[in-house]
Design a protein around this ligand. Structure first.
Ligand code: COA
Length: 379
């Protein structure tokens, strides 16, 4: 029996599996993790609690949160072998490439790598979440010619990352602002990198392979790589007065306005509002960000010119401004996205294993018809 083939380039609007993790209504700008609105989580939750929610489906009790946070804290340090791999990498490497290599390397130093039980996969997930910040901070220190700073167990996930990066314990506002960024980026349904992780998991490959696939997919500028492009764009524009001319020029040349447009949202991304609120709080203490003024104008002009097509700011648009205000090196913006999203990736991989169906679409063949083989001497 021949089954009907449906051709949907880019899998637009194709539902590939059921999932209980993340709900998105792209028309109304709604995002929920396990039923909780993202705005409420951004206001009241922490990254650790949100990661627990994504993994276990419920908000933790105080005791469950304590145990989970402790597990993350205890797993922060990198195995010596993995740190050795980081030390061998060229200092000028792209940090996303470093992260991809390091995640893959971690598998070799995990004694449970071959154990595919659910309990072992949960422990490996916690290890991955705990170690992403350590990898990035260690690489950043090494490329600056400094020794990596060992993680501190008395700091939160967000606070400890900022500490390992700069050597200074961050002030409360910075740590909280970064924590909120981590909450906002932690999951987003079947986005390209999560899908990639699930495709790998669907072959019953291991969780390190799945997360390595996801990191490689997040790197692209149409996905997580957009936040760096946003920053470069805002810097190239340079002043509010130059925005219209610059944006119009980009569109005339057929270029994309970075940080705008989304496969699912046809309205402003709810996370963009939350990030703007953070920018406001940071500005009260640190003063206005000139990049924010430029970004607001890009949003205004971009929406005027592209709003008809449903193109509005997405999460990467204002996250670039927040990270810049927090003093984070620009080429770490995309890896920081991964520091958060690894919570969602691992939750999705665990869900995929629980009710697995091999992900294997078809292609519409558009190559030549059957033809006779031509021997080499006759070509
Ligand atoms: N700037 C200018 N035009 C854009 C645009 C942008 N940021 N995003 C989409 N468009 C236009 C496309 O050129 C296309 O126009 P056309 O129909 O006249 O050819 C139309 O909108 C649809 O775009 P398409 O790429 O087919 O939609 P998609 O669903 O595949 O795109 C993105 C989603 C995210 C890839 C796209 O909006 C984009 O490239 N945005 C910029 C990169 C970015 O910020 N990515 C982070 C996403 S969180």
């Amino acid at each position: 029996m021949t089954e009907e083939l449906i051709h949907r380039p880019g899998l637009k609007n194709v539902v590939a599996a059921e999932s209980k993790i993340c709900f998105i209504d792209g028309e109304r700008g709604v995002l929920r993790y396990r039923g909780y609105d993202i705005q409420e989580l951004a206001e009241h939750s922490t990254f650790e609690e949100t990661a627990y929610l994504l993994h276990y489906g419920e908000l933790p009790t105080r005791e469950q949160l304590e145990r989970f946070s402790h597990e993350l804290r205890a797993e922060r340090a990198l195995p010596g072998g993995a740190l050795g791999v980081l030390k061998e990498l060229p200092r000028e490497s792209n940090p996303m490439d470093v992260l991809r290599t390091a995640v893959s390397a971690l598998a070799h130093f995990d004694p449970e790598v071959q154990d595919d039980s659910e309990e072992a996969n949960r422990r490996k997930s916690a290890r991955l979440i705990a170690r992403f910040p350590t990898i990035l901070a260690a690489f950043h220190r090494l490329r600056e010619g400094q020794d990596p700073i060992p993680p501190r167990e008395d700091l939160s996930h967000a606070g400890n990352f900022l500490y390992m990066l700069s050597g200074e314990v961050p002030d409360e506002l910075s740590a909280r602002a970064f924590d909120v960024c981590l909450i906002l980026h932690a999951d987003h349904g079947f986005n390209a990198s999560t899908f990639s992780a699930r495709v790998t998991a669907s072959t019953l490959s291991d969780i390190y392979s799945a997360i390595t696939s996801a990191v490689g997919t997040l790197k692209g500028p149409l996905h997580g790589g957009a936040n760096i492009r946003v920053l470069e764009m805002l810097k190239a524009i340079g002043s509010v007065e130059r925005v219209r001319e610059h944006v119009e020029g980009m569109l005339e040349r057929g270029e994309r306005i970075w940080g705008m447009g989304h496969r699912v949202y046809k309205t402003k991304d709810p996370r963009a509002y939350a990030l703007e609120a953070l920018i406001g709080k940071l500005a009260e203490v640190r003063g206005e960000s000139p990049l924010y003024q430029i970004a607001r104008e890009v949003e205004k002009v971009g929406t005027e010119l592209l709003g008809e097509k449903g193109i509005y700011p997405n999460v990467d648009f204002y996250s670039a401004v927040v990270y810049d205000m927090l003093g984070i090196p620009h080429d770490l913006f995309t890896p920081i996205f991964a520091v958060s999203r690894v919570a969602g990736w691992t939750a999705h991989v665990l869900e995929q294993y629980q009710d697995n169906v091999l992900m294997r679409p078809r292609a519409q063949y558009t190559g030549p018809d059957r033809r006779a083989y031509v021997p080499l001497e006759q070509r």
